[in-house]
Ligand binder design. Sequence first.
Ligand code: HPA
Length: 263
Amino acid sequence: MLAIIGGTGLTQLDNLEITKRLIVRTPYGEPSQPLIFGEIEGREVIFLARHGNGHTIPPHAVNYRANIFALHLQGVTEIAAVATVGGIAADLTPGTIVMPDQIIDYTNGRKSSFFDGIDMPVKHIDFTHPYCEDMRAIWLEAAQSIHESLVTRGIYAATQGPRLETAAEINRLDRDGATIVGMTGMPEAALARELGISYAAICPVANHAAGRGNSEHGIQYEDVIENLNKTMARVRNIIAALVKYNGLCKINPRKMKVSQHGS
Ligand code: HPA
């Protein structure tokens, strides 16, 4: 089954016909909100708003482990994560939608593995390609089928937040090769991989990153939200299209190599 994790600007899906809400408890705590089950164009999906119902959970305080584990418990095998970003590369202007293919993780102090408890053997997942490449290819087809354009590559810099970055920090991320910046991409992607869930992200660009373009002198959060509201209608259409294609992912990361420490 496909789950959609919504971020800033996507706390609900207008095109979702809700069938039930389910409070789920996990060994890692409670997810950001009850899971919302429903149908989009007759296909069953689960929706979860990453920042909770009233958008009250900041990126560093999201219980990523509970969110991913709760979806896993419901039999989710594919996740479409919507994560708002700032554009670092000059051509990634507000309104662009990026499907990144790489991640650089600058977060700290987040619980980023299911394998770190007492008596829990350490595991090292392969994360060379952090997003499911098959799913990315299928989504591209889905977007093309409704004449929506997606930027099909991008290097997502995951920052700690909740503050936005300094101009110097963005220059550093740029030198590192990052093209977009957001606060929620990690550890979400790695946790999904640990549980064998195919995961890829759709990233609407809400603003030029700090010090870039019209963010040269600062970023007005109101402008970010306004831009997002305009782009989210397109994101919803893309989600409706990819729901039709879901289940087609051929690579099952469950079969991917996981090496155990010391083995
Ligand atoms: N930086 C980090 N996260 C973001 C940004 C940004 O500029 N815009 C939207 N999410």
